[in-house]
Design a protein around this ligand. Structure first.
Ligand code: BG6
Length: 469
């Protein structure tokens, strides 16, 4: 008899499961991507039965699913959900899980570690002990370990227990529609492909601004901060796709090789003058957030000026900024082209990731009328403005779950990428030392020092004009 395709989620009563994983699994079922006979096992410490857990899940799916919620559809979905109560930090409870899985005829499955990284090792050992890791896949949330040494040890253990090809390290930005679109926009349009280098581009800016603060995640965030939470993973993935050479083929392996070369070519800023390359900020009130140390020096904002040391990007800055409580949720990449003279405004390609998905182009025309004045004009393609596009575009977690079931590893981060970026950000943090990040007021665009980071080279953060032509 064929085994039922099963996903077993550790941390089944946490935020990630309720907000992202269950809605994604529901959407997958509605879009026809769920494998036949799909089985979802939820593991949590709390005292639920299958029925009471399903009712809890109903609220979250109703609230967060992309596709329309309907009672009868949810009821069908809910039949695939089973709850298993266990304290996964206690090694003696794993034989009970073994009996539970065996009773359902499950030998292998996709294990999802939706828990804090400090539990990854314990769960891996527990699954090894009961023999259910062999042949199973594992999906891990970041951060991958707590220090580089810790990450090495964890990686070694995971590779022994699950084998390298069965480890899926999730970076949900890789599942975002417009992140997948970068390579198409860049490589299939000669107007961009042929001008994609430091000779034609003045600077590239990657901005990921969030309106929310740390909310209920203070305990995790205070150990992580903006650099490890956003830069090391999500923003470095984007940077490496933007900066990579054209891969020999658009296969996962070829893309991965090129992206890794970019990460390895990142120039380490001079530690003596780190503030010329990095600005860290902390929003006022952060230290009063729940589970945050009152003396915390954790940055909630980071801006970086980086260089990729190769022929294509010779001395051209890549600026990255990200932060919490910045008054808006906006993620975009601005490619600012060189201008023939200082009076001519730059042409700008803006790739918008969220909340709007689209591509905006600013270029120069002659101002209509008698005089030969130059003025910027714009073209604005809004992909997400079409309801059909919105409904048909799966969310990041949906794509990534489907990709894992189909063994599509290009959608996930690879260990050597993680290790390379980890070493880079370790060096940045060491250079910054024990300083207190600059303070900024909530609902502003962050510390003013981040404007100065660009101003020295005559640059400024690109702001899309309000008025359209
Ligand atoms: C997560 C970070 O990986 O990404 C969060 O841990 C952050 O702190 C989130 O808020 C942002 O994701 P998105 O999809 O809302 O841009």
């Amino acid at each position: 008899m064929r085994e039922r395709p099963t996903i077993t989620i550790f941390g089944g009563t946490g935020d990630l499961t309720f907000r992202k994983l269950l809605p994604a699994l529901y959407n997958r079922m509605l879009s026809g991507f769920a494998p036949e006979g799909q089985n979802i096992i939820i593991i949590g410490r709390r005292d639920y039965t299958d029925e009471t857990y399903r009712e809890r899940a109903r609220e979250w799916v109703r609230k967060f699913a992309r596709l329309p919620y309907r009672d009868e559809t949810f009821d069908t979905f809910a039949e695939s959900i089973h709850y298993f109560q266990m304290d996964f930090t206690d090694p003696t409870t794993y034989p009970l899980l073994e009996s539970y899985l065996d009773a359902q005829g499950i030998k292998t499955c996709v294990f999802y570690f939706a828990v804090a990284p400090r539990f990854f090792g314990t769960i891996t050992d527990g699954l090894f002990q009961i023999g259910h890791a062999h042949g199973s896949k594992v999906i891990l949330e970041k951060p991958f370990g707590e220090t580089l040494e810790d990450a090495h040890a964890l990686n070694k253990r995971l590779e022994e227990v699950f084998t390298p090809e069965n480890i899926y390290r999730i970076d949900h930005y890789l599942g975002k529609e417009m992140v997948r679109n970068i390579q198409t926009i860049r490589f299939t349009n000669p107007i961009f492909a042929d001008a994609w280098d430091a000779r034609h581009i003045d600077c590239i800016q990657i901005s990921a601004m969030e309106d929310v603060g740390v909310e209920t995640r203070g305990g995790y965030y205070d150990h992580s901060g903006a650099i490890r939470d956003m830069v090391q993973n999500h923003l470095f993935q984007i940077l490496s796709i933007l900066a990579m050479e054209r891969p020999a083929a658009f296969t996962p392996e070829a893309m991965h090789t090129e992206q890794l070369k970019v990460l390895r070519a990142l120039r380490l800023p001079d530690p003596e003058n780190i503030s010329d390359s990095m600005v860290l900020g902390q929003y006022a009130g952060y230290r009063e957030e729940p589970n945050v140390s009152p003396e915390s020096k954790t940055p909630t904002y980071a801006a970086l000026k980086l260089f990729v040391d190769n022929e294509r990007w010779k001395d051209m800055p890549f600026y990255i900024r990200t932060g919490k409580k910045l008054g808006r949720r906006e993620m975009e990449v601005a490619v600012v082209f060189r201008t023939p003279s200082p009076e001519v405004p730059p042409a700008v390609l803006l790739i918008k990731f969220q909340p709007t998905e689209g591509v905006y182009l600013q270029f120069n025309i002659k101002r209509p009328g008698e005089f030969d004045e130059i003025m910027p004009a714009t073209m604005d393609f809004c992909q997400s403005c079409s309801i059909a596009n919105r409904i048909n575009t799966p969310e990041a977690y949906e794509r990534l779950l489907t990709a894992c079931f189909h063994d599509e590893r290009s959608w996930f981060s690879q260990w050597d990428q993680i290790e390379t970026s980890w070493k880079f950000v370790d060096a940045l943090e060491q250079a910054y030392g024990d300083r207190q990040p600059d303070s900024y007021m909530p609902d502003t665009v962050g510390p003013k020092e981040s404007d100065e980071l660009l101003a020295v080279a005559g640059h400024s953060w690109f702001v899309e004009p309000e008025t359209k032509f």
